[in-house]
Structure formats: C-alpha cells, structure tokens
Design a protein around this ligand. Sequence first.
Ligand code: NAD
Length: 371
Amino acid sequence: MRLAVLKERRAGESRVAATPETVKKLKAMGLGVAVEAGAGLASGIPDAEYVAAGAEMAADAAAALAGANIVFAVRAPEAALPSGTLLIGTLGADAAAASAFAAAGIEACSMELLPRITRAQSMDVLSSQANLAGYRAVIEAAEAFDRGFPMLMTAAGTIPAANAFIMGAGVAGLQAIATARRLGGRVSATDVRPAAKEEIKSLGASFVGYEDEESKAAQTAGGYAKQLSAEFYAKQAEVVAAHIAKQDIVICTALVQGRKAPTLVTAEMVASMKPGSVIVDIAADAGGNCAATVPGEMIVTPNGVKVLGFTNWPGRIPAAASALYARNLLTFLTTFWDKEAKAPKLPPEDDIVAGVTLTRGGAVVHKNFAA
Ligand code: NAD
C-alpha cells in the first residue's frame, strides 16, 4: 500500500497533511509514503526531513499519486486521483463535490464531519485547528492593538489593562479567553449554550450574555449551538451592545453548524467603539460575526476600528497546525487499520466511519448528501 501527501494548492493554504513524525509512523504500519516536493515548506518542513523520516520525494503531484492507494490532504486536491483512492482530508464538500468524488470512484472521507464523541477526540481536526485559531486570534489582536494587554504601572504613569470580549466560547473561544488572560487582559465572554457559561467562568473570565427559556435548549445533541429565533438574537444584541462600546478587543468565534455565522457585532456596535480598538473575526470563513468584516482582509473603519477578517486562521500558525492535523489523520488511519492485511478497514456501521464517509463504491453514502 502506498500513501501520497500532496502540496496544498488552494490559495492561502500553508498547512500540510503529514509531518516527518507521522511519516515515520505510517512507514512503521507498512505503508510506502510519497511526499510531493515542497509540500511542507510553508509549514517550515524541508523535503530533507521527510526523506530522513523514510518518505520518497516525488517531483510533482502526478508522480506522488502514481500507484497511490491512500491520499492525505488538508483541502480537496485539485489533481485527478486514481479511481479507488481513499482520500482523507477536510474536503468541505457540497452535494455536487460529493457526487464528483463518487463518479471518479474515490472513497472520500471528510474529517470536518467527524462526530464530536469522546472516542473521536484524538482525530478531531475541528478541535485541534480551532484551538490554534483561538490562540492566534488573540496574538494578532495584540499586534494590531496600539496599546497593550496588561496593566502597565510605570514611573511615567499607568496604562490600563485592555478589555477583551470573546464572542463564542467553544474550542476556539475558550483558548482565546485563556490566551487573553495570560497576556494580562480583562476578559469577558459570551455564548448561548448554557454549559459554556460555567466554562467561561472557570477560565477566570466574566460572563456577559442574555439567557432565557430558548437558550436553555440552545445546544444540539452533538454539542453545537442551535440556530435561535430572531427575537433571541435581538435580545442578545441589546445586552451585548452596551458592553462592546467599552471593549478594546473583540474576538469573534461564534458558529452555527451548517449555516452562515450569526451576525453578532452590528455596524452600530462597531461605530460605538473607540478608535484603536480591534475586532478579530475568526468566523470569517463562515461569513463572519461582524457586519464590518471583509473576508480575507484587514480593514480600518471610519471611526478607527481595525477589523481583522482573515480566513483560514489555523493556516496563520502553520507549523503547529500541521503538526496537530497530521496527528489527527494518522490516528484516524491507525484506528481503522487492519494490521494483518496492512490496509485500511473502515466498517460502515462504525459511528466515526459513518460520520466522515462521503462516498463508497462509486456512490454518495453520507446522510447529508445521499439522495
Ligand atoms: P463551534 O465552532 O460550532 O461554535 C463556536 C461557539 O460559538 C460555540 O460555543 C457556540 O455555542 C457559539 N455560538 C453560536 N451562536 C452564538 C451566539 N449567537 N452568540 C454567542 N455564541 C454563539 O463550536 P465548537 O468549538 O466546535 O464546540 C462545540 C461543542 O462541541 C462544545 O460544546 C465543545 O465542548 C464540544 N466538543 C466536543 C468534543 C468531543 O467530545 N469530542 C470535541 C470538540 C468540541
């Protein structure tokens, strides 16, 4: 069996799906591993390190794919894969893309669809990448902010601590809270899921938010936030508006699975903020939580607020993101590996397998897309 790792070609994608550490382990499982030249460069991994780990370097994608049975990717590859290939990545497929995989005979597994169950935690690419995105968001906010996070008491006088407000306290938001606290900020946070309130407090941040009967049931069985009513969002906005006017830093991380991210910071709220304040919108990939966000860009509003709407936040910390992502994929493959046959074994009835498998035997089988 051969496994190929391609150089990512999508705009702004700096991550890679295998590292020298995971290549060594893939080799130990009995796999031949081909890595396309330059695949790790944007994550700080030279080709020589892959070679030292036992990989064969391939000059281009076609050479890496020759004879490959399995492909590890970050995003859906643009290159045509051989029929029968097991493709594992964050494919972000819609119904049309899933049908195209099926038509091409590709066995596609999309890791962002992984169920959020305890057994799947070590393969959970959404968690590993969101954690780093939350950290990076605060670091970039600190860099863009023209003051500082901690209170600075100097002989020349005192600079107050920054007020940082984290919107959405899932995996990214909780890491953002912890990072902003470590930098010395005065941190508050909001969420709609009742469980998040206690988690916010346990990290030493204050909770600011609106709660009612509807928000008591705001969490799905899978642990995600539900889409809530327009009335709820209006009440939430009332509570949040007064608070945002006093913030120096706002970090937006709120998502509702399968939908556009909710708009939580309106144009009026942005206009109420002081010049020099910073909004970081890591929900920009899903349309953004802030009305002023321009996905992919940093803008400065007429009242002097910087809005960082960059996309692919994990890709802004690529070495760490690749290290964790590569381990997530390795864990998935080792969990579903037949040691005797030295081949993948993906039982369709397994919760994790059923959660991620888009296509099998030329047909779309995922519940989100199957006709
Ligand atoms: P996510 O990325 O889908 O959303 C980020 C956060 O935004 C969530 O906390 C959500 O409640 C919040 N949000 C949505 N609408 C909002 C609004 N209007 N205002 C404020 N906040 C809003 O979430 P996630 O980080 O993927 O985490 C989702 C859940 O899954 C959490 O409960 C997490 O603990 C759980 N989880 C479980 C596992 C596991 O057991 N394997 C792994 C990872 C996460």
